[in-house]
Design a protein. Structure first.
Length: 150
């Protein structure tokens, strides 16, 4: 059901749970036609975004799906750094987490998350949430173009 006119975007998933990574990959493989890169901790996310080794050739993501509870550096720290960096601040960041805690929601928006989505626990609900995020950011909204020189 994807729109053949929709443009392809680069999505960075920052997620340490192998099951959630697998479900997200399955959603992208089956239903979506965007590039999905995955890193499993906050340090790797920042290295990827700054194109540091081993990510020197990584594409700039058009969208970041960010878990909050990550090893090495948590999602809040990653979000804070992304939104404080003028070269990265325009990339939409969707917090995609299991936490329903009001303080996590509030803090994420204070750190300028573009949306906060609680992961559905069932497979079908999870796939549907990923499809809706993709539809919104690919077909509905206009994303900024990267004006940096690569």
């Amino acid at each position: 059901m994807s729109d053949p006119q929709a443009k392809t975007i680069n999505v960075l998933l920052v997620e340490d749970d192998p099951g959630d990574v697998l479900m997200t990959r399955e959603a992208f493989d089956e239903y979506l036609h965007n590039r999905l890169d995955v890193v499993s901790d906050g340090e790797a996310a920042l290295a990827y975004l700054h194109r540091e080794e081993p990510y020197a050739d990584a594409p700039r993501p058009d969208l970041i799906l960010l878990d909050l509870n990550l090893p090495r550096r948590d999602g809040r720290e990653v979000l804070r750094e992304v939104k404080a960096d003028p070269n990265l601040a325009s990339i939409p960041v969707i917090v995609l987490t299991t936490s329903q805690a009001e303080e996590d929601v509030l803090r994420s928006y204070q750190l300028h998350a573009n949306a906060y989505v609680t992961k559905p626990v069932d497979f079908e609900g999870f796939i549907e949430a990923i499809k809706q995020i993709d539809h919104f950011f690919v077909s509905v909204v206009q994303l900024p173009t990267d004006t940096r020189k690569s």
